[in-house]
Write a protein that binds this ligand. Structure first.
Ligand SMILES: Nc1ncnc2c1ncn2[C@@H]1O[C@H](COP(=O)(O)OP(=O)(O)O)[C@@H](O)[C@H]1O
Ligand SMILES: [Mg+2]
Length: 267
């Protein structure tokens, strides 16, 4: 099995069972009364492009897809047990594969019958979810925040039932200030208020380079950490865990692992 396959892995570490509350509940003056799915743009991705970009979870028979399905099932159990329905995906440093994990997890969660998923590109500095599905972004989530563009004009359905993407459009700076803005809080309230049982996945920037993950902490119930096997130093991991100590850690995924078992026992 090639070295760059995703390794197994979720390790239950340090789970703080206390439910986080939103410190400053936002007044909802919602501009959007409902998600009108019939108006949501549908973009069907090309299978070969998905494959090239390591989006494997649409495939039935694929060892990496199996690992994601295992991870999906463990995470869903944790989320449901604790009554959490949003989580952030982050990492110590950049380029470790957070967005790849976010996309594959979102698909495999949505493939579970009855589970709806919203995947939010919350890496406002480097939005990339659309690259994985190979679509051009007409409007991104900051078009709602900065210019009041309606949510149904921004959302994209990638031809997968029960999965909707809230994409980002361009690279931005000073993003932790944007994250704390009242119009951003309104957006988060909007997306949360419509389908209570839907899981919201926030694909985020790394913890050690910018303060966006901390600034957004009131928006998500828990966090999943992605670490690049062999590349992230132990002290980076320690600092990251310290920074995330006020949220509920769902686990750690080791990506780009070198030492996968040669076969998985025929499963
Ligand atoms: N397991 C893997 N093996 C090889 N390359 C990978 C793996 N996971 C991700 N990549 C590649 O690494 C790059 C960074 O991945 P990305 O998901 O954008 O990282 P992040 O969101 O953490 O910045 C992308 O080009 C992606 O295709
Ligand atoms: Mg990313």
């Amino acid at each position: 099995m090639s070295a760059d396959f995703l390794e197994k892995a979720i390790e239950k570490a340090q789970i703080d069972q206390s439910r986080k509350t939103i410190n400053n509940p936002v007044e909802t003056t919602s501009s959007v009364n409902d998600f009108v799915y019939t108006q949501t743009r549908i973009v069907i991705p090309n299978n070969e492009i998905l494959q090239d970009r390591r989006v494997v979870t649409l495939k039935q028979y694929n060892p990496t897809a199996d690992l994601f399905r295992m991870l999906r099932t463990k995470l869903l159990k944790q989320l449901r047990t604790n009554n959490w329905n949003s989580f952030a995906i982050t990492s110590p440093t950049a380029g470790v594969g957070k967005s790849m994990v976010a996309v594959n997890l979102a698909i495999s969660m949505a493939m579970e019958v009855n589970q709806t998923v919203l995947l939010v590109d919350f890496d406002l500095r480097n939005p990339r979810i659309n690259w994985y599905f190979d679509f051009e972004v007409e409007y991104g989530l900051l078009d709602y925040v900065n210019s009041g563009v309606a949510l149904e004009r921004i959302l994209v359905n990638p031809g997968i039932e029960r999965l909707v993407i809230l994409p980002g459009r361009e690279k931005n700076k000073g993003t932790s200030d944007i994250i704390s803005a009242p119009s951003m809080k309104r957006l988060i309230e909007d997306i949360k208020s419509h389908y209570e049982s839907r899981i919201i996945i926030f694909d985020m920037p790394p913890v050690l380079l910018v303060d966006d993950v901390l600034a957004a902490m009131e928006y998500y119930d828990a966090a999943l950490l992605v670490v690049e096997d062999g590349a992230n130093k132990p002290e980076e991991l320690t600092k990251t865990l310290q920074a995330l100590s006020n949220t509920n850690l769902l686990g750690i995924v080791f990506n780009k692992a070198e030492n996968l078992p040669e076969h998985q026992g025929g499963y």
